[in-house]
Design a protein around this ligand. Structure first.
Ligand SMILES: *[C@@H]1O[C@H](CO)[C@@H](O)[C@H](O)[C@H]1NC(C)=O
Ligand SMILES: *[C@@H]1O[C@H](CO)[C@@H](O)[C@H](O)[C@H]1NC(C)=O
Ligand SMILES: *[C@@H]1O[C@H](CO)[C@@H](O)[C@H](O)[C@H]1NC(C)=O
Ligand SMILES: *[C@@H]1O[C@H](CO)[C@@H](O)[C@H](O)[C@H]1NC(C)=O
Ligand SMILES: *[C@@H]1O[C@H](CO)[C@@H](O)[C@H](O)[C@H]1NC(C)=O
Ligand SMILES: *[C@@H]1O[C@H](CO)[C@@H](O)[C@H](O)[C@H]1NC(C)=O
Ligand SMILES: *[C@@H]1O[C@H](CO)[C@@H](O)[C@H](O)[C@H]1NC(C)=O
Ligand SMILES: *[C@@H]1O[C@H](CO)[C@@H](O)[C@H](O)[C@H]1NC(C)=O
Ligand SMILES: *[C@@H]1O[C@H](CO)[C@@H](O)[C@H](O)[C@H]1NC(C)=O
Ligand SMILES: *[C@@H]1O[C@H](CO)[C@@H](O)[C@H](O)[C@H]1NC(C)=O
Ligand SMILES: *[C@@H]1O[C@H](CO)[C@@H](O)[C@H](O)[C@H]1NC(C)=O
Ligand SMILES: *[C@@H]1O[C@H](CO)[C@@H](O)[C@H](O)[C@H]1NC(C)=O
Length: 516
């Protein structure tokens, strides 16, 4: 027995070695595919400016770099940056050229279309110079993953995309309000075709594409991500969307013609939904009780959507919310009630009818993670509390256009990483103290009763873009160092008791304004 076993073992290892060595040729990658990739590379120039920013698939900002630069014949194409081959067949199955600084026209005769085994193709964050999306993309019949976002493709998204029936992931979004906004569109029935045929879809993002239709109700039940902001959608959002049992992220913002009526009973997506973005849509009726079941919700934006009255009870159950925006509505009630949200990082409540005083901030230990706090344009009264030990991480504070009075306490000036401070249009008095932060970008204290000198630390800020101190009683000489603030976009010191002349040309401000 033992002898037999040994023979078998030796034979097995021998066969195994044979198989292994024969699957280790010097060129895994088929020659024609290497050639197709090199031809593709040579169709484009490398331009570091091709994309003004880049994010990886998880949303982390990354640096672009020219992945194709070192592709060359001396190495196996399967080892080239961004290229992945099937381990057994050697066929190129993945091409990841996200953020690769490619610039130039993408023609229908592109050699890329010879890589017909591709399963994943990511061409996002490049500059294809206004090219049309070729109908030939519809021939990659194995594709499960396609990303053509933010790459300066224009025109009609071809209906052939709906041939890609294996797609799990389809991203062709355009950044909001940017240069490309609505430069891509879907033909009248193509949205319906797309959704009906792509029955395996998990993630769909078409933000900024001119879809101009209603949302059909017949689409993949596997959806986890549906992002369709700024797409000219109209009609009523089908209830089926709320009942997708795997839905994690829904963004329909900036579709003012889209009517959203929440289901009044528990949604099937209640346990899974983490992000709900409904800024500037037509929300009709109240926020229903069914919201209280959204126990996984981390991000909620229902700004600018005509909500009124007190905060509905159901919202108080959303204790995991880290990012909350209810700005630009007609909501009312005491501002202090929001301290119930214990995990907030970002809170926008501006442009509502909230009232009450800010004392609750002094003994609030719940907001140590808070980075953005915006209570602007409400009816808040009383002083800014003297000691706020729980808000060390605040980068952005906006309390403008309320009825706050008293002095501005030193903690406001001593936050080290602070970059925005907006307290304009209140009844604040006293002196402006020296700022400890060196990272200030916006300081707006206009329309108060502030006195004293402009602190030197304000005139010594390497990133200052807005300095608005008008309509106060600030006095003294204007220090000439103000002219050293290279990043300034706007400065307003009018209606004070200041002396001196500022010899700055508007031109200088313009030419030195930072690009965003
Ligand atoms: C990239 O942008 C910078 C700054 O705007 C410019 O100086 C440079 O010429 C640009 N490079 C190319 C290759 O266009
Ligand atoms: C070819 O690719 C190899 C490996 O990436 C690289 O070291 C070499 O510099 C490249 N040669 C050329 C001429 O680009
Ligand atoms: C591809 O098509 C473009 C435009 O039609 C043309 O300028 C280019 O020469 C063609 N390239 C090849 C390799 O045929
Ligand atoms: C994109 O490419 C086009 C022409 O190829 C060029 O005019 C444009 O400036 C480029 N855009 C950027 C941001 O570099
Ligand atoms: C997109 O490409 C067009 C045509 O080349 C060019 O004029 C435009 O500047 C590009 N847009 C951006 C934002 O690069
Ligand atoms: C749907 O997908 C199938 C299979 O890929 C394809 O044959 C058919 O043409 C597609 N239908 C539409 C309307 O795109
Ligand atoms: C969007 O598409 C619709 C219908 O296809 C068209 O009427 C409208 O003009 C387009 N809007 C923009 C901003 O391109
Ligand atoms: C679309 O509707 C048809 C008929 O109602 C149905 O057979 C099909 O399964 C639906 N497709 C999806 C993706 O829900
Ligand atoms: C918003 O919804 C209401 C109620 O359903 C409807 O009467 C109104 O026409 C909608 N507005 C828009 C702009 O669609
Ligand atoms: C909402 O919170 C209240 C009070 O904490 C609790 O009684 C209720 O069961 C919660 N509802 C859900 C759906 O979790
Ligand atoms: C802090 O948050 C917890 C949990 O969210 C909450 O129970 C508590 O009442 C909050 N504290 C204050 C002072 O609001
Ligand atoms: C702030 O305003 C209230 C009335 O709203 C007033 O009672 C209080 O004295 C004022 N405090 C200061 C310091 O002006």
């Amino acid at each position: 027995m033992g002898y037999l076993k040994l023979v078998f073992f030796m034979l097995y290892t021998f066969l195994c070695q044979l198989a292994f060595s024969s699957s280790l040729p010097h060129h895994l990658c088929p020659k024609d595919q290497a050639l197709a990739l090199l031809q593709f590379k040579h169709m484009f120039a490398i331009n570091p400016n091709a994309s003004d920013y880049c994010y990886d698939i998880t949303g982390q900002e990354i640096q672009s770099y020219p992945r194709t630069l070192f592709w060359n014949k001396s190495t196996d194409c399967c080892s080239w940056d961004g290229v992945h081959c099937d381990e057994t067949t050697g066929q190129v199955i993945e091409l990841d050229l996200r953020c690769s600084e490619l610039q130039g026209k993408f023609h229908s005769n592109s050699s890329l279309f010879q890589l017909f085994n591709l399963k994943r193709l990511d061409l996002s964050y490049n500059n294809f110079s206004g090219s049309l999306i070729s109908p030939k993309f519809g021939e990659f019949s194995s594709l499960t993953h396609l990303d053509l976002s933010y790459s300066n493709f224009t025109g009609l998204i071809p209906s052939e995309i709906s041939h890609l029936s294996k797609l799990h992931f389809l991203f062709i979004w355009i950044p909001l309000g940017g240069l490309y906004d609505l430069s891509l569109s879907l033909g009248p029935y193509n949205f319906e075709l797309l959704l009906q045929n792509l029955t395996q879809l998990r993630e769909l993002a078409l933000d900024g594409v001119n879809i101009s239709s209603t949302i059909p109700s017949n689409f993949s039940s596997h959806l986890t991500t549906l992002e369709l902001s700024d797409t000219h959608l109209h009609g009523v959002l089908p209830n089926r969307v709320f009942h997708l049992s795997n839905l994690e992220s829904l963004d329909l913002s900036y579709n003012p013609q889209l009517t959203v009526r929440f289901p009044i009973t528990k949604w099937n997506s209640s346990a899974s939904l983490m992000k709900l973005y409904l800024y500037d849509v037509n929300i009709t009726g109240r926020i229903p009780e069914s919201f209280s079941h959204l126990t996984s919700l981390h991000e909620l934006d229902m700004g600018y959507s005509n909500l009124s009255g007190p905060i509905p009870k159901s919202l108080w159950n959303l204790t995991h919310v880290e990012r909350l925006s209810l700005s630009h509505n007609h909501l009312e009630g005491l501002i202090s009630q929001f301290s119930r949200f214990g995990k907030l990082r970002v809170l926008y409540l501006g442009y509502n009818n909230f009232d009450g005083r800010l004392e609750f901030l002094s003994f609030n230990r719940n907001w140590t993670q808070l980075r953005v706090l915006d209570f602007s344009s409400n009816y808040l009264t009383g002083p800014i509390p003297t000691n706020i030990s729980g808000l060390q991480n605040l980068l952005w504070l906006n309390l403008s256009s309320n009825n706050l009075n008293g002095t501005i306490h030193s903690w406001i000036f001593s936050l080290l990483s602070r970059n925005q401070l907006h307290l304009s249009d209140n009844h604040l008095s006293g002196k402006i103290q020296e700022f400890k932060s060196k990272t200030l970008s916006d300081v707006a204290l206009s329309q108060n009763q502030l006195q004293g000198l402009i602190p030197n630390s304000l005139l010594n800020q390497p990133k200052l873009a807005f300095l608005l101190l008008s309509h106060n009683n600030v006095s003294g000489q204007i220090a000439s160092t103000i002219c050293n603030l290279k990043t300034l976009i706007a400065v307003d010191l009018a209606s004070n008791n200041l002396e001196g002349t500022i010899t700055l040309s508007v031109e200088k401000f313009r030419s030195s304004s930072p690009k965003h």
